[in-house]
Design a binder for this molecule. Structure first.
Ligand SMILES: NC(=O)c1ccc[n+]([C@@H]2O[C@H](COP(=O)([O-])OP(=O)(O)OC[C@H]3O[C@@H](n4cnc5c(N)ncnc54)[C@H](OP(=O)(O)O)[C@@H]3O)[C@@H](O)[C@H]2O)c1
Length: 299
């Protein structure tokens, strides 16, 4: 895919700013998801560690101040690369991590949600990122194969709230969760963000996004670029061609238009793709384009 938009970035173009509710943490709405920096299958080191470092430095140089990660990416590898590339961190950088999984030596994804697991994971993140406290930690529920599954997350969120009282975590979010689970977590502690699977084609969370927007809570879609059927992709490509942009840029710009509480964390291991993704913040979509894009979910 070619990069069709101007590469010149400034902070003003990264989708504008968002402040996590009840926090001093303000970020540009276009951030960066670090999952792609580990090796294949999010396991082991990347083929080209220097390239991974370059992507992170380029992102921060372009004004990105919100990086999403997890110590179970690699495991440990992604956080170690972030530290190598960016430590000591710029004071405006917000690193958001997540807990709830571990990666045995076979590369599988196992849940790790006992109080001991969650506490150990906080310390893994602190050590590998080189921090004394974590800005925002998401409790990532394992859910079902294709998404969240109902069931209490009160025990796990309570552990995070205790770690927050101890000063190891500053703010708490939840991930891969249902609306009922968000509400349950909010009874236990302040929730500043929700990270779920959402994009142009996968819109199960439309109502949740509106509800969180009313409360000023960030909604951070994962897989912002993924899972389009050929028909959906062809509609997206047609709109993108008309706008002189790439389909990925249009998918990201649509998310920015969708709701002001949506923060983007597109993942890439490529500087060229990073630049392309950041340039999505400069796009404006007409009502006609938005209507066509809104139709994609129904196809
Ligand atoms: N909470 C959760 O359960 C959860 C789950 C998954 C992900 N996440 C977080 O969400 C972030 C985003 O998710 P993701 O990285 O899985 O998916 P994504 O952002 O939807 O897509 C990433 C994929 O798209 C490719 N890509 C990125 N920009 C591109 C471009 N401009 N043109 C063409 N291809 C492009 C990347 O390949 P290249 O490397 O070749 O660019 C990669 O294969 C992750 O990094 C992670 O931090 C959270």
């Amino acid at each position: 895919m070619t990069h069709k938009m101007n590469n010149t970035m400034s902070e003003a173009t990264l989708g504008g700013q968002f402040t996590f509710p009840g926090t001093p943490l303000t970020v540009q709405r276009i951030g960066y998801g670090a999952m792609q920096l580990a090796g294949p299958g999010v396991f082991g080191p990347p083929k080209d560690p220097d390239a991974a470092v370059a992507v992170l430095r380029e992102a921060v140089a372009a004004g990105v101040n919100h990086i999403d990660t997890a110590d179970f990416y690699g495991p440990h590898v992604t956080n170690q690369i972030i530290r190598q590339a960016l430590h000591p961190y710029p004071k405006e950088l917000v690193i958001v991590t997540k807990l709830g999984a571990r990666r045995p030596s076979d590369g599988s994804w196992q849940s790790a949600i006992s109080p001991q697991d969650l506490t150990a994971a906080v310390h893994d993140n602190l050590r590998n990122l080189g921090l004394d406290a974590l800005d925002i930690v998401n409790y990532r529920a394992m859910g079902a194969i294709h998404g969240p599954a109902e069931g209490s997350i009160a025990g796990e969120v309570t552990v995070l709230a205790d770690l927050r009282r101890k000063g190891l975590i500053r703010h708490i979010g939840v991930s891969n969760v249902t609306a009922a689970q968000v509400a349950e977590a909010q009874v236990i502690t302040d929730i500043v963000c929700v990270q779920n699977n959402y994009n142009l084609a996968h819109r199960d969370d439309d109502a949740m996004i509106e509800d969180l927007a009313r409360q000023g809570i960030a909604y951070v879609p994962f897989f912002p670029l993924g899972g389009f059927t050929p028909l959906q992709s062809s509609t997206l490509s047609a709109v993108a061609d008309r706008l002189g942009a790439t389909p990925m840029q249009v998918a990201l710009a649509w998310l920015l238009h969708r709701s002001p509480n949506i923060l983007l964390i597109p993942g890439t291991s490529s500087v060229a793709h990073l630049r392309e993704n950041l340039a999505a913040g400069q796009m404006s979509l007409s009502p006609q384009s938005l209507a066509e894009l809104d139709g994609i979910a129904g196809t």
